[in-house]
Ligand binder design. Structure first.
Ligand code: MN
Length: 485
């Protein structure tokens, strides 16, 4: 497999999946409450799902079109082993976007104004209710774009958004860039203008999850991944620039000095996050293509996990390589909800170096809770190999690093157990211990102690060339009957 042209359009990508038997069209009329998510969950990681007329709605819903690592590499146009390298290169060399004039952007073909009190987001869009205890319908694949009130540079993130009313929605902002922008706006008594973009190509969705500096517009990383400046257009009601080829854009403002209950909602760790007072969005305008497609991400399933994992892995790999040139690969395990558990592969040069790598990894992203460092002969993408390394190269009293009371993920329920009613005060949310395991073998050891068992020729073997052709099936009968005597 060689490098090919990246996919720059959602519709081209969906057509490509359909042509290769990776997109299933469901029966029309699937229910938006639970049924749609149930079907998409069962197909996740195997086939993308297209739902025509969900609950009779004219707009179809799609899900799961990025639910395999190999598919994402394919959308990028690189072989899978180059996935992280390619993403890092794009993150390191962003490409400024190209602005289209009004009237040129497909996503503004139709405009709905909310100021007249008529438009209703609950009927304009087919918004699913996903998990059993979710409080209601949620937008789960909305790219939230806002401008830094201090510099004007944009940020892109995916935030869960609950539908509250005709023109009001709740939003969860973790303590990252969007939260920082809103804090700056709110301190001035201002609302933060935002756009919520639904239905983008896989590479733009992936770029939105880059762990980039605060004044890096992730749409420029999308352009670099696509190999062309991303076409954008200015919103109708505010200054935010949005991908011109998207399916749907909701324009609005996060209001200052206002919090309303949001949640519960089933999140990526496969637990619910609690109902709490959170920020509120008021909708000003919605724009759309004439016949748009609505994208929903099934929480905690592979599309959700991979979207977060790949950009984080890419960032963590280049972050670690800067200080530790011996680091060769990283993997955020699926069992670690693709956020909390990091496997690092390295060529160790000095004893103790893996412990420095562990500390470096904790500094790379606050979500990282457990780091396992292995040697270059261990495949970090294979959980059984990593466990084997821990089983045979790790001693807890010498090779374990534990750090108490560091910042971790507020969505990890085990961070709440020391607080009454499992309710840590805001400034204590996500307070977490960190664990690092040095599962590398010593640089020197006696004899065959750490020589891995290998059968000469086993990995190079071309099995097809040594298996008897089907015409020789009679041999089995002859062989078995002879051994019966
Ligand atoms: Mn950012």
């Amino acid at each position: 497999m060689t490098t090919t042209t990246p996919f720059t359009s959602l519709r081209d990508w969906l057509r490509h999946l359909a042509a290769t038997d990776r997109l299933t069209t469901l029966k029309p009329g699937v229910a938006l409450k639970h049924e749609l998510a149930a079907i998409a969950k069962r197909l996740d990681g195997r086939q993308a799902a297209l739902f025509p007329e969900p609950d009779g709605h004219a707009i179809p819903v799609v899900s799961g079109f990025m639910s395999k690592r190999a598919w994402i590499a394919e959308a990028m146009g690189v072989p899978e082993p180059q996935l992280l390298q390619r993403f890092s290169a794009a993150a390191d060399h962003p490409l400024p976007w190209r602005e289209l004039a009004y009237g040129e952007a497909p996503v503004q073909q139709l405009v709905h104004h909310f100021s007249d009190g008529q438009a209703d987001i609950r009927t304009l869009l087919p918004i699913p209710t996903h998990s059993e205890h979710d409080d209601g319908a949620y937008i789960t694949a909305g790219l939230v774009i806002a401008r830094n009130p201090k510099t004007g540079v944009q940020n892109v993130s995916i935030n869960r958004i609950q539908i509250h009313d005709r023109d009001r929605m709740g939003i969860l902002m973790l303590p990252r860039h969007l939260h920082n922008f809103f804090g700056a706006a709110e301190a001035q008594g201002q609302a933060l203008e935002i756009a919520i973009v639904i239905g983008v190509d896989p590479l733009t969705a992936l770029a939105s999850q880059a762990i980039a500096p605060i004044d890096c517009d992730e749409l420029e990383i999308a352009g670099a991944l696509q190999g062309r400046p991303l076409p954008v257009v200015k919103c109708i009601s505010n200054e935010v620039r949005v991908p011109a080829d998207a399916e749907i854009v909701i324009e609005g403002r996060i209001l200052p000095g206002l919090r309303e209950p949001e949640g519960p909602f089933g999140e990526f760790p496969k637990y619910y996050s609690a109902r709490e007072d959170r920020e509120v969005i008021v909708i000003d305008v919605m724009t759309q293509r004439r016949a748009p497609i609505f994208h929903t991400i099934i929480p905690a399933e592979m599309e959700h996990l991979l979207l977060g994992a790949i950009p984080r892995e890419a960032t963590l790999l280049s972050h670690l390589k800067r200080s530790f040139p011996g680091v060769t690969d990283v993997h955020l395990s699926v069992g670690g909800v693709a956020r909390y558990h990091l496997h690092v592969q390295m060529v160790k040069r000095r004893e103790g170096e893996p412990k420095n790598v562990i500390l470096g990894a904790f500094g790379g992203h606050y979500d990282i809770k457990q780091v396992i460092v292995v040697d270059e002969d261990v495949n970090v993408h294979d959980p059984a190999e990593v466990e084997w390394a821990v089983a045979t190269r790790f001693q807890a009293d010498r090779d374990l690093v534990v750090i108490s009371g560091a910042q971790g993920s507020a969505l990890d329920p085990s961070t709440t157990t020391q607080f009454p009613g499992n309710k840590p005060p805001l400034e204590m949310q996500g307070l977490s211990a960190k664990m690092g395991l040095d599962a590398t073998k010593p640089l020197s050891s006696a004899g065959h102690v750490f020589t891995r068992v290998r059968i000469p020729g086993a990995s190079e073997l071309d099995l097809d060339s040594v298996i008897a052709a089907s015409g020789h099936a009679a041999l089995i009968g002859t062989t078995l009957s002879e051994t019966d005597h």
